[in-house]
Ligand binder design. Structure first.
Ligand code: ZN
Length: 645
């Protein structure tokens, strides 16, 4: 492990807290030390209060902050004397701990102090660093882990047997350090949990952390697993069905993140046994649950076993969490992680990737052994842990959408609205700029020529592989062919319009149908045109294709209804904020009719301008719960048109 301390850079951080921020971030950027909010750090310092008195404070990482990105505002300033006094109590409830700590803060708007604040307070050094280093935890999570740790570090570390984090852990350490010789110690190893280091200067505390962890990594050098997996074809429909089953149990849509790097692990003969012994550290359980689902097992059995686990361990006062698995081991393929958002699935994927690696190493060290079920349960159902999770969600949270013609106009607006409402989106367009356009992890831009069937199949398969399924299709891509009367129609114009404005929608619907059928409240919106109910001369190539597209949607509504898929049609008209309607074209058209641009844009019954965003808002409402009981409908969005009405 590389020591990232840099004297030059450190010299920019002038005071105690600023240096604390600096080394906290150094720890935070190393995933093998801490992952997603894991670990915590502190510094003891003084501040002058409003009465001019000097107060001793512990600045400790606030709950909800991440070491990788922490700022000074992320540290809770708590009066040190109060924290030290708390350590002397025989008992302390979580509620009393949180309340006393909050009332001992000199800044009431600071975040809640870390659950380990008392432990940080009683370690008699200025800087205290705590991580859940993979290598150290891996060694302790083996049958004879304690002997291995003793053998590795000798008397340089204090070994703390596992107890529940929070007050219980602080109390245990408090008892063990009463007459200890700190001068010998480089740190503390908390079995099945992590490492503490400490010093009166930031550099030594950080350096000791790196030193202890590097020694553990060196110890594990010969245990690093080799990848001897054989590649396998992924059954995407099976993935979509798995996601549907997990979403159903969880009571809300989830997005998946596939980890095929775990193929080697998943191809082991003993995978069912080693994958289901427990997590790397109890800290992970709120995100991963105690054990994963095995994909070939029945999800109902997983749920039954979860409910039994709850019943065995509850004190009768707790409410059972949703029993859905947070990740699954897919024998031969790898691992699948489930999140309410792609971001959450990614966090779980990071944690399970580290877990899988640790399990494989521990197996070569005599066998992976996680904490007991009751220890894990205590942390999973610890209110202070559950409080770390953000449980909010938007109307399309966890939904997976595919939009064609997504680089501009209505398609682009649909991508933006779907994403704002919580969906993960595959944005498809011919324009190569699409791959960079949205720049969000949960919007995948794909170049695709929708007149090529293989391109379409590839886009749909990629969507399912990336996010786990398909719930929403907005079939939008189209073109305006040159205006020609039937008498003058060129076959190339006609054929091109049919290919893009009609046949591509059929190809797309055909490719999407198997996945939509196992989607979550799946819905299709076809973006057609006012030209369907109210055609005009000179637009046969366009209007006939759009009428065909509408008929395709009506038949799809009939055919897909039994699988729960809704298909509705939107007929926009005169949407001028798209690429083809430049200011110049608009002025010309307005002049042609002898009106101003403004009058031209609002030439409808309501005398209102229809924008791409208006169409997108309606399309996204139609794929949402408000239209849950409507299929086969055609809705105009044109400001009102006499011929349509
Ligand atoms: Zn910890």
């Amino acid at each position: 492990m590389q020591n990232l301390w840099n004297d030059n850079e450190a010299s920019n951080y002038k005071d105690d807290l600023a240096l604390r921020v600096y080394t906290s971030r150094l720890l935070g950027q190393e995933p093998a030390l801490v992952l997603h909010g894991g670990g915590n750090t502190s510094v003891k310092s003084t501040a002058i209060n409003i009465f001019g008195e000097s107060e001793e404070l512990l600045y400790v990482k606030g709950s909800g902050w991440d070491l990788a990105t922490i700022e000074t505002a992320g540290f809770a300033p708590v009066k040190l004397s109060i924290l030290k006094q708390l350590a002397k109590l025989q008992k302390l409830s979580d509620l009393d701990m949180v309340q006393t700590q909050r009332s001992a803060m000199i800044n009431p708007s600071a975040p809640n102090p870390s659950v380990e604040a008392i432990l940080h307070a009683i370690i008699p050094f200025k800087y205290v660093d705590h991580t859940h280093a993979d290598a150290v935890v891996t060694i302790t999570n083996t049958a004879n882990g304690i002997e291995r740790i003793q053998q590795l570090y000798g008397k340089r570390v204090l070994i703390i047997p596992y107890v529940m984090p929070g007050f219980v852990l602080a109390k245990q350490v408090y008892t063990m350090i009463q007459d200890i010789d700190w001068s010998q110690l480089e740190g503390m190893i908390l079995l099945n949990h992590g490492v503490f280091t400490f010093a009166d200067d930031a550099k030594t505390s950080y350096t000791n952390m790196l030193k202890l962890v590097t020694e553990a990594e060196d110890y594990l050098q010969t245990a690093i697993p080799t990848d001897n997996s054989t590649p396998v074809e992924i059954d995407l429909l099976k993935l979509a069905k798995l996601r549907k089953a997990v979403s159903t149990v969880r009571g809300c849509a989830v997005v998946t993140k596939l980890n095929t790097e775990a193929a080697s692990f998943s191809q082991r003969q003993d995978v069912a046994s080693i994958a289901t012994r427990g997590p790397l550290t109890p800290d992970h359980v709120i995100r991963t649950k105690r054990i994963p689902l095995l994909v070939n097992d029945n999800i109902e059995d997983y749920v039954t076993q979860y409910n039994e686990y709850f019943a065995r361990n509850t004190d009768g006062q707790l409410t059972c969490l949703n029993p859905a698995p947070c990740w699954a081991v897919w024998p031969s393929v790898g691992a699948v992680n489930f999140g309410r958002s792609y971001k959450e699935a990614g966090i779980i994927a990071d944690i399970t990737e580290h877990t899988i690696h640790a399990i494989a190493m521990a197996e070569t060290l005599g066998g992976w052994q996680a904490l007991s079920e009751s220890d894990i349960f205590a942390v999973e159902y610890w209110e202070l842990e559950q409080a770390k999770l953000n449980k909010s969600g938007s109307v399309l949270q966890g939904k997976i959408a595919l939009v064609t013609g997504a680089a501009s106009g209505i398609g682009k607006a649909c991508v933006e609205v779907l994403h704002a409402q919580g969906a993960a989106v595959v944005a498809v367009d011919m324009n190569p700029a699409i791959t960079e356009q949205f720049n969000q992890a949960d919007i995948l831009g794909m170049v695709c020529d929708i007149t090529v069937a293989e391109d379409i199949q590839n886009a749909v398969d990629t969507a399912v592989r990336q996010f786990g399924g398909l719930d929403i299709l907005i079939s939008n891509a189209g073109t305006f062919p040159p205006s020609l009367k039937i008498a003058d129609m060129e076959s190339t114009t006609w054929d091109a319009s049919m290919a893009i404005n009609l046949t591509s929608h059929q190809r797309l619907l055909t490719a999407c149908s198997p996945y939509l059928a196992v989607g979550i409240d799946a819905a299709v919106v076809m973006i057609a045109s006012k030209n369907v109910p109210a055609p005009g001369p000179g637009a046969a190539a366009y209007s006939v294709a759009k009428a065909g597209q509408t008929q395709l949607a009506r038949i799809a509504a009939l055919e897909l209804g039994s699988t729960g898929v809704r298909v509705n049609v939107l007929h926009p008209n005169a949407v001028f904020d798209t690429g083809i309607w430049t200011e110049e074209v608009l002025s010309k058209r307005a002049a042609h009719y002898g009106v101003t641009v403004e009058e031209y844009k609002t030439n409808n019954i309501l005398q209102t301008e229809v924008t791409s965003k208006d169409v997108a808002n309606l399309a996204c409402t139609m794929v949402g719960p408000i239209f849950a009981k409507t299929t086969g409908a055609q809705i105009p969005i044109d400001g009102g048109n006499e011929r349509v009405i």
